[in-house]
Design a protein around this ligand. Structure first.
Ligand SMILES: Cc1cc2nc3c(=O)[nH]c(=O)nc-3n(C[C@H](O)[C@H](O)[C@H](O)COP(=O)(O)O)c2cc1C
Length: 244
């Protein structure tokens, strides 16, 4: 981590997102270098701690998200609202957002912005192997599964037969050595670079449901903005409200 922080400072990065652990050890160095720190939190408690530590904003990650949703199984719908009641710093909603409508919903709940992960797996620019992307076109909101709970790193991933096997092993109390081959960097690389769906596990959110195409990042952004505007227009009975 120290090397990453030094590298970010050297490169003149202006915003750093921290996640997965307490950002406290790095706060002083980052703030001394005028870097804004945004911490990713999976609970209101952790989000409040981040605010207390001087973070400039937080991402709150709900249960639907691809990757690590934390231990409380709290959905975005609840988490965002509660976070807005408890925090004064800006809140970026994450977990379940992939369309303009869902961005509008996040803002309606009080969020100041949205972070998307799953949507951009399906960006043309994403180097994820085409096999996996094409498989994801036909995946729905029920095609994710929780794994790595037994090692305290619960993550929502694409439900493949390989991931199901891993979850079953964990349920039966498999030792770390037994589950390691499923989650190793090598098996992940085989999945994302060679498109082998019988290897590795890849983070994926339930919001893969509404996503059914591969587009460029620019096209995805355009589609999100158009969808946001048309839904807002619908909700306001045709009155135009400027997009902020
Ligand atoms: C393939 C993939 C990899 C991710 N890797 C990380 C990561 O390394 N660190 C992190 O904080 N979040 C990671 N995330 C979580 C995203 O940053 C984001 O919070 C999450 O995907 C939001 O939920 P969504 O998937 O419903 O959009 C990852 C998500 C995906 C889909």
């Amino acid at each position: 981590m120290d090397e990453f922080i030094d590298g970010a400072i050297e490169a003149g990065i202006s915003v750093v997102f921290t996640s997965g652990n307490n950002p406290e050890p790095f706060m002083k160095q980052l703030k001394d270098n005028d870097i804004k720190v945004i911490h990713v939190a999976s609970s209101v408690r952790f989000a409040k701690k981040a605010e207390l530590l001087g973070c400039d904003a937080v991402v709150v990650n709900g249960y639907e998200c691809g990757g690590h949703p934390g231990k409380n199984d709290t959905t975005s719908l609840t988490l965002i609202q509660k976070a807005t009641q408890e925090l004064s710093i800006p809140i970026i909603a994450a977990g379940g957002f992939s369309t303009g409508k869902s961005v509008l919903a996040a803002l309606a709940l009080g969020a100041d912005g949205v972070q998307m992960g799953t949507r951009f797996l399906m960006a043309k620019e994403n180097q994820l192997h085409q096999n996996v992307k094409e498989h994801l076109i036909n995946s729905t909101e029920i095609d994710t599964i929780m794994v790595k709970k037994s090692i305290g790193k619960m993550a929502r991933v694409l439900k493949t037969s390989h991931a199901i096997e891993l979850a079953q092993k964990e349920e039966h109390g498999a030792a770390f050595e037994e589950i390691f081959p499923y989650i190793s960097g090598e098996s992940y690389s085989e999945l994302i670079h060679n498109g082998n769906l019988s290897s590795g596990v890849i983070a994926l959110g339930q919001t893969i449901g509404p996503i059914d195409d591969i587009k460029s990042t620019a096209e995805i952004m355009e589609e999100i903005v158009d969808d946001y505007k048309s839904r807002l227009l619908h909700l306001t009975g045709g009155r135009t409200i400027p997009l902020q």
